[in-house]
Design a protein around this ligand. Sequence first.
Ligand code: KDG
Length: 347
Amino acid sequence: MKRKWSFMIMVFILILVMAACGGGDDEGGETEGSEGNEASGDQQNLRISIGVNDSHPEYEGAVRFKELVEEQTDDFNVEVYHSGQIADDRAAVEMLQLGTLEITIPSTSPMVNFIPEYGVFDLPFTIPNEEVADQVLDGEFGDEMLDMLEDQGLVGLAWWENGFRNLTNDTRPVESVDDLNGLNVRTMENDIHMDAWSAMGANPTPMAFTELFTAMQQGTIDGQENPYPTIETSNYDEVQQYLSGTNHVYTPFVFLMDKELWDGFTEEQQTIIEEAALEAGEYNRERNREVAEESLETLQENMEYSEISEEELERFRESVEPVIENSRTDLGDEVVDRYLEEIEKHE
Ligand code: KDG
């Protein structure tokens, strides 16, 4: 019994230490206007951790969230920490579960480490366009997926947009699935992404987003796949020569908060935060689509761009069909069928 108490005391001390460290760098509160706007005694600090930098539409959405919350109440001081300053996606979610961070807005792909069913969002060549994505995420299916977060000590408040993912590499133009043969492609830490790139003939390497630019700079990987806004705002065209318009997966961002913290808020505070997350999410989607068009134009000036013909896209799709069927083992038939039915309903 004594050992158990000493262990519990050790865990408590560890959480206190992480809470102190998890406060991030006070100077790191990279939000416009947060300098000198530290939380006063009775304010609750809400730190938002994201992996992309302050040129990305996700950061713009997070700043809009800060503005919307702080113009409605003095109860909160919101700080946005971009570029993975506090943690990468997976670690940031774990910090929410530990209570050492308040908000993070990750891609859904790393979420499979907490809720395997989130892997449906990685099923390649399924969502055909943004309109269908919005209808699937903002409807009953999206609500059901957010409800799954509660058992993980998380609250999902809104779906934001990372966007349609496209391939870059520094080895050769990729215009057909055959061109992928043997290419070392970085993927998110997600088995479905890895299975899909293996099925297309590449060699997938799972890696945190925060390590990606250095890996390309050092040549430890040949290529990666991300939406145009991320490719352009992260300056991947400095270390990658070839761009292929594969649009192979639509990745959502999901706005997450520590559930224990959320449960302690008043109904009025919860309403302000949830409505701000939803409104800022609409703004993020709008900006992401504008920036995606602008980013593609910029990237086409700096990289060798390959548009994939419909005939070749069909070969890409055929090559990953087994991946979708095999995903049922890990994800379960129900969520895969529901997801594919929802997409078909809105196509
Ligand atoms: O926090 C930003 C990341 O969630 C996002 O850019 C992840 O798409 C992503 C990737 O490739 O890791």
